[in-house]
Write a protein that binds this ligand. Structure first.
Ligand code: SF4
Length: 92
């Protein structure tokens, strides 16, 4: 029988073969344990469609972030009033 601590250690990102060489591993974390188990039969194996979607979402997010001005990044990261950013629009 698997113990609670085994369950928490085994699925760590460093133990997931599919994730070891993935550029997104530090942002993704290896997917949802339950979804992995439900769709692949293993907690440590993410479904390929999840990986494709996650990598595309992260790629798009990083691309958009890099297009922000310094002011927009400060507003985003400091969680200032987002309405002000939307109201003023992208000035560049
Ligand atoms: S995208 Fe897939 S392979 Fe990459 S870290 Fe996430 S679950 Fe692992």
């Amino acid at each position: 029988m698997i113990s609670k601590s085994d369950f928490l250690v085994e699925p760590h990102i460093s133990n997931r073969l599919n994730c070891t060489n993935c550029w997104a591993k530090n942002l993704c974390g290896g997917g949802c344990h339950h979804e992995n188990l439900d769709l692949t039969g293993k907690v440590t194996t993410p479904p390929i469609h999840y990986c494709i979607l996650t990598q595309k979402q992260l790629e798009a997010t990083l691309y958009l972030y890099l297009r922000l001005t310094e002011e927009q990044r400060e507003i985003l990261l400091e969680k200032k009033n987002m309405k002000e950013l939307v109201k003023n629009g992208n000035q560049n």
